[in-house]
Structure formats: structure tokens, C-alpha cells
Design a binder for this molecule. Structure first.
Ligand code: CA
Length: 222
């Protein structure tokens, strides 16, 4: 398990890190909101432990940003602001749990286990276009409730088109999403994936429009 600890008090961060490492948890430490955001863009965390009073703002402001990147990411707020009003604000802002300082390591570990046990919230992070539904957590496409079984590259292309539905996705961005660094890209293979996707999506009432010289755009068919 790898977690991100967002905490500006270095003594607190060091003590927590030592305790968590003892339980085979990998801990990355971010002392500011800005560093926390950079960290979540480059690593995939199983959970975030979030202080509130940080040098560049209230930790709660980070929660919607984290959720936009990954809907099901568990967040536990660890804060000296422990009144019922503060806890309510934390939970209403999307925290999965709220632990008032001081707390015991055992309690923190138990709460971490609890939030990790919760199933990801279904439907929380899905995009619907006409009769197509794309679950961004499960990375699964459905047409009228029926799963669409797509080969990997078609799924990757659809994922990025759906994330930016209604906007033009540049060809270069699609190629980056669909192919690895080491893949040889035949000049027309992206277009071949797109035309197969088009056929499979026609019954969903979705079209993938080619924007000449720019890229592709996914939208509900007129
Ligand atoms: Ca603090």
C-alpha cells in the first residue's frame, strides 16, 4: 500500500511515516498543497492522509481536485480542528473519514483499513453520451446496460474521447493514449481503431467526428 501524507509539521510527518512504514505502508510526504498535487499527478496512491492547516491553504480544498483525478481515492483528514462543525465540514467536503489530532497510530491504521475495505462508489465517475455509458473507474463501456467488449487500444482511444466528450482531441493526444513509447505506429492504424469504434458505437447514438488535420471529437449523433 502506498499513501500520500500531506502534513506541514515535519515532526508529526516523521513520526507518522515511521509508524506506517512499520506496517509495510509506503509513505510519500508532501508539506504543501502544491507538492501534494504534483505528487498525485505522478504516482498512484491507495489513500491520502490530509492535514487541514497547510501553508498554502485548507487541506479540504484539495479533495475535489483529487476526486477529479481519481474518483474513488480514499481521503482521511487528520486535523487539530476537531470540533463537530469541523468534522462535518470535512465529511461534507468529501473526506471519507476525519480523525482529530492527537490520535493513536492504531486508530489511524484501523481507519485506513476501513476506508480501503469500502467498495468504490459505483457511477460516481461515469460519463454518459446518448446511450453510451463509460465508467472511468472500471474502465468499462456499456451500451444500454450491455458491456461493450473492446480490444485494449480501442478502449484506450474511447476512454480519452469520452473524457473530453464534445471537444476535439488532438491526434497526438490520442496516439499518446493508445500507444506505448516502444510501439511502432503505422500511419493509418489510429484511424483503423477509430473506424472500428465508430461501427461499435453506432447503436449507442454516438458519433466520432473527424476534424480534418486536428483530431477527433466524440458526441451524441445529431
Ligand atoms: Ca498543519
Amino acid at each position: 500500500m502506498r499513501i500520500l501524507l500531506v502534513e506541514d509539521e515535519f515532526d508529526m510527518a516523521a513520526a507518522l511515516t515511521t509508524a506506517l512504514i512499520r506496517h509495510d505502508i509506503v509513505v510519500d510526504h508532501a508539506p504543501t498543497l502544491e507538492i501534494a498535487q504534483e505528487a498525485t499527478r505522478s504516482a498512484l496512491y491507495d489513500a491520502v492522509l490530509l492535514d487541514r492547516k497547510l501553508p498554502d491553504g485548507d487541506g479540504l480544498s484539495l479533495i475535489p481536485i483529487l476526486r477529479r483525478e481519481r474518483a474513488g481515492l480514499p481521503v482521511i483528514v487528520l486535523s487539530a480542528l476537531g470540533s463537530p462543525e469541523h468534522r462535518v465540514a470535512g465529511l461534507d467536503n468529501g473526506a471519507d473519514d476525519y480523525l482529530a489530532k492527537p490520535f493513536s497510530t492504531d486508530e489511524l491504521l484501523a481507519r485506513l483499513r476501513a476506508v480501503m475495505r469500502r467498495p468504490p462508489q459505483i457511477g460516481e465517475n461515469a460519463v454518459n453520451v446518448a446511450r453510451l455509458r463509460f465508467d472511468l473507474n472500471e474502465r468499462q463501456a456499456e451500451v444500454e446496460g450491455e458491456p461493450l467488449d473492446l480490444p485494449r487500444r480501442e478502449l484506450l482511444a474511447l476512454e480519452i474521447l469520452v473524457r473530453r466528450a464534445g471537444r476535439t482531441v488532438p491526434r497526438s493526444a490520442l496516439e499518446e493514449a493508445v500507444y506505448g513509447y516502444d510501439d511502432e505506429i503505422a500511419s493509418n492504424s489510429l484511424d483503423a481503431h477509430i473506424s472500428r469504434l465508430r461501427r461499435k458505437l453506432s447503436r449507442a447514438g454516438v458519433e466520432i467526428h473527424a476534424i480534418r488535420g486536428l483530431g477527433y471529437l466524440l458526441r451524441a449523433a445529431a
